[in-house]
Write a protein that binds this ligand. Structure first.
Ligand code: ADE
Length: 389
């Protein structure tokens, strides 16, 4: 059966074994917020199997407004993708969910990552970058362009063209007027997959760790750490692509740093499960992270694991530039597309070892099939890590 191109992950059922009793979850302060989603710190009693008496610090994802059905659908999709994925060290693993629609709560509980997102971490700690010293052993002064970076900004996402037509769009209605019953009916439908409703993809909001986060500062790091983080992202992405999942929004703002230098890929709100018979898919338009998008995604809306590889190259560029915004001088999509189509690419940051620079440039080959796979990237970066001990 031919599946609709958009919303494939929504067709996966919700597995109730992930349900966590709401009364055993305490919700604390906000870790991040975007236009649609919020992430809060929480404490979950006995959420780890086999450790029933232990209280675990967790991150709790929720929508900003339950009347926003698009945001709700995106979070349900993320939950289903996380269930499908299973557990891996380099992804932010699912711990549980509270989906009792009658209470009006819809919460996705994931691992808490102590150091927050990698972009903010790089920006907050860039003065502690060991290798950035001048001839006298002094730290090089801050480049003013670093200070202008608005981390995880909504400006990283641009609306492209007209929204895609959905198969059965939700009736347009002001959020305020949507009744609680309408929301709970919709949520029930999404969780059980009853009915064949698809929906217009919402502009995606991203958690913004700026407000209220307690990201640790003064954490020294070196080029070796930058390579090690890149290596771990490649590992997580190799796992993802092996499970036929396209991330669709890989960027430093969506990578989290946990204890012991472990890096985890997060934010599967734009992710899609690809079915076996197709190795690429087109998806609807909406708010898209254009500066992280591959040429074929910008021109033909083709998304694949190989377009995730392009985004991985951009993410490595962000890492080695210690948190700069990609294409700093590029403001419109048209200009960016033209630049890329003419073979233009970003200048590699100067902290980047030559061999690593070559790896990044290969991620941006126009032909997706010529780019390395995540398995290739994992091997190449693994070799580099050994060399930089
Ligand atoms: N910010 C967003 N998600 C987070 C998580 N899982 N842990 C810590 N901070 C976060």
């Amino acid at each position: 059966r031919k599946l609709p191109l958009d919303g494939q992950s929504e067709l996966l059922p919700y597995d109730k074994t992930w349900e966590f009793p709401r009364e055993r979850l305490k919700i604390g302060k906000q870790l991040g917020a975007g236009c649609f989603g919020r992430v809060l710190k929480g404490q979950a009693e006995g959420i780890i199997p086999g450790e029933e008496s232990k209280t675990e610090i967790v991150a709790v994802k929720m929508v900003r407004s339950y009347a926003d059905l698009n945001a709700l659908a995106s979070l349900v999709s993320e939950l289903k993708i996380l269930i499908h994925l299973g557990s891996h060290l380099n992804i932010v693993n699912l711990l549980g969910a509270c989906t009792d629609v009658s209470t009006g709560d819809f919460l996705v509980i994931v691992e808490y990552c102590h150091f927050g997102n990698l972009l903010n971490h790089l920006l907050a700690n860039r003065h502690c970058y060991n290798d950035q010293v001048d001839e006298n052993g002094e730290l090089t002064p801050l480049n003013p362009s670093f200070q202008n970076r608005i981390s995880c900004g909504e400006s990283d996402y641009l609306h492209m063209g007209t929204p895609a037509l959905a198969l059965a769009p939700i009736p347009v209605k002001s959020e305020r007027k949507r009744s609680r019953k309408e929301t709970t009916d919709y949520l029930t439908m999404l969780l059980t997959n009853r009915g064949s409703v698809s929906f217009t993809r919402a502009p995606q909001g991203q958690p913004n760790d700026e407000d209220g986060s307690d990201v640790p500062i003064n954490q020294p790091f070196s080029t070796r750490d930058l390579i090690c983080w890149s290596f771990q992202i490649a590992r997580g992405m190799d796992y993802l692509s092996g499970r036929n999942v396209i991330h669709g929004d890989l960027a430093a703002r969506n990578v989290l740093l946990a204890a012991n230098g472990v890096v985890k890929i997060a934010d599967f709100g734009l992710s899609r499960k690809v079915y076996q018979d197709s190795n690429y898919k087109k998806k609807g338009e909406g708010m898209l992270p254009v500066k992280w998008m591959a040429l074929e995604s910008l021109t033909d809306r083709i998304f694949s694991s190989q377009s995730d590889v392009w985004a991985f190259g951009i993410t490595m560029w962000e890492i080695f530039s210690l948190g700069k915004t990609p294409y700093p001088d590029m403001e419109d999509i048209g200009g960016l597309m033209q630049h890329l189509e003419c073979g233009g690419r970003m200048v590699i940051p100067r902290n980047c070892p030559n061999g690593v620079a070559q790896i990044i440039l290969r991620c941006w080959k126009a032909d997706p099939n010529v780019r390395p796979t995540f398995a290739n990237l994992e091997h190449m970066l693994g070799d580099w890590m050994e060399e930089s001990v």
